[in-house]
Design a protein around this ligand. Structure first.
Ligand SMILES: [Zn+2]
Ligand SMILES: [Zn+2]
Ligand SMILES: [Zn+2]
Ligand SMILES: [Zn+2]
Length: 390
């Protein structure tokens, strides 16, 4: 009699296990894709200069979507009751969206001939293939999976900063940036050849409306995990700048000073010094290694050896000398510190190949010569002549 009563209660939707919903969170998914890694240490957060949102969750996670127990739904039927959960049209649409996404990123699996870990956030896709990943924020045993979550969270934090600087909103971008991280040089070579169009065992990127970054997490090159973060911020800055407004990479239309200058600005601001170089920069920048560029620029300005802004413009990124990279950083540093409201206009104008004179007049109301004088005055007023921590 009691048993019949209990059954009736359960069928009526009072199951204590599922609160009458008829479904439970999938335990396999919860184990495989635990709550997001967070930056727990305040000092680390300070050093990064980027606060990762502790509540961040990817929009898609391939580990969840491939779960054998729930088929990617994230929930399983309650074993204690027979309640049929109502059909949720939103959930059906989300599942279809996730299936489409997974089918797309699995093109990379076919290329590499194995199942890889992928994730997506609002603005990025990440393929992360570093099984022994040692970031201190990462705790569980699914190492590539955790690296993917952490990378997405970091990239989203960087995206917000980038949009603030560029005065950009989502609709200014053509779409997501795909970031791939490899633990093997061979995988990097294959992926970079196929997905970015240039074979490289270190890193490569494809610019424009559908940007891609592929990077080898090589401990002899990127010694610490923080250097991988720095490298990804540097490369993603190039990609987002090439994507925003018009899909045009300024580094190829005479705007190398903005392209390189902005990428370096984030390194100096967020990571306390330039440590990372692109393929074209790799061999030539050695003497600035781990450089804090402030004092070098200050000395050059003091000794009247700094170039004028006009000497920097019109060059492609690949044509800039190591010194010009440094001065390009400083001009961007000046614009973003002293005239942040002008930077979106400057970037737009440079990408649209407008003459610098017109760009500066429109965005700042200054001539190139006036800009030059103000930039150098800024350097002497704010940069230390001695190497120091910012
Ligand atoms: Zn139940
Ligand atoms: Zn599951
Ligand atoms: Zn996950
Ligand atoms: Zn670069």
């Amino acid at each position: 009699m009691i048993w019949i009563l209990l059954t009736l209660l359960v069928v009526a939707g009072d199951c204590r296990k599922c609160d009458g919903v008829g479904r439970l969170p999938c335990a396999t998914c919860e184990r495989a894709c635990p709550p997001p890694p967070t930056v727990e240490d305040g000092a680390e957060r300070e050093r990064d200069g980027l606060s990762v949102d502790p509540a961040f969750r990817p929009r898609h996670c391939s580990v969840r979507l491939r779960c054998a127990d729930c088929g990617g739904r994230g929930t399983v039927d309650c074993p204690r009751c027979d309640v049929e959960p109502p059909l949720d049209p939103g959930e059906v649409a989300r599942a279809a969206d996730a299936a489409r996404w997974l089918a797309e990123v699995e093109a990379v699996d076919r290329l590499m001939e194995r199942e890889l870990v992928h994730g997506a956030s609002e603005h990025f896709r990440v393929t992360f293939d570093v099984p022994r990943y040692d970031a201190k924020e990462v705790r569980s045993r699914y190492r590539s999976h955790d690296g993917m979550h952490l990378t997405l969270a970091r990239l989203e934090a960087f995206y917000e900063l980038f949009c603030d600087d560029l005065g950009a909103v989502d609709s200014d971008f053509f779409g997501w940036t795909h970031v791939l991280v490899w633990s093997s040089a061979g995988d990097q070579r294959l992926a970079s050849q196929q997905l970015t169009g240039q074979a490289s065992t270190t890193q490569s990127k494809l610019m424009g409306a559908k940007p891609v970054v592929s990077i080898h997490y090589d401990k002899s090159f990127l010694h610490e995990e923080i250097e991988l973060h720095q490298a990804l911020v540097h490369q993603t800055a190039h990609c987002l700048l090439s994507n925003v407004y018009d899909g045009v990479w300024p580094g190829n239309v005479g705007g190398g000073w903005v392209d390189a200058g902005l990428a370096h600005r984030y390194e100096v601001d967020l990571f306390d010094g330039v440590r990372h170089y692109c393929y074209v920069e790799a061999d030539t920048l050695r003497r600035f290694k781990f450089g804090r560029w402030e004092s070098s620029v200050r000395r050059a300005v003091d000794e009247d050896e700094a170039p004028s802004v006009l000497e920097l413009v019109g060059k492609q990124t690949a044509e800039l000398t190591p010194e010009q990279h440094m001065f390009a950083w400083s001009v961007c540093d000046f614009l973003l510190d002293e005239h942040p409201e002008s930077f979106p206009g400057v970037a737009r104008g440079v990408k649209a190949r407008q003459p610098l004179k017109d760009v500066l007049q429109e965005s700042l109301g200054l001539s190139p010569f006036e800009l030059d004088a103000r930039w150098k005055e800024f350097v002497q007023r704010t940069y230390s002549p001695k190497p120091r921590r910012r």
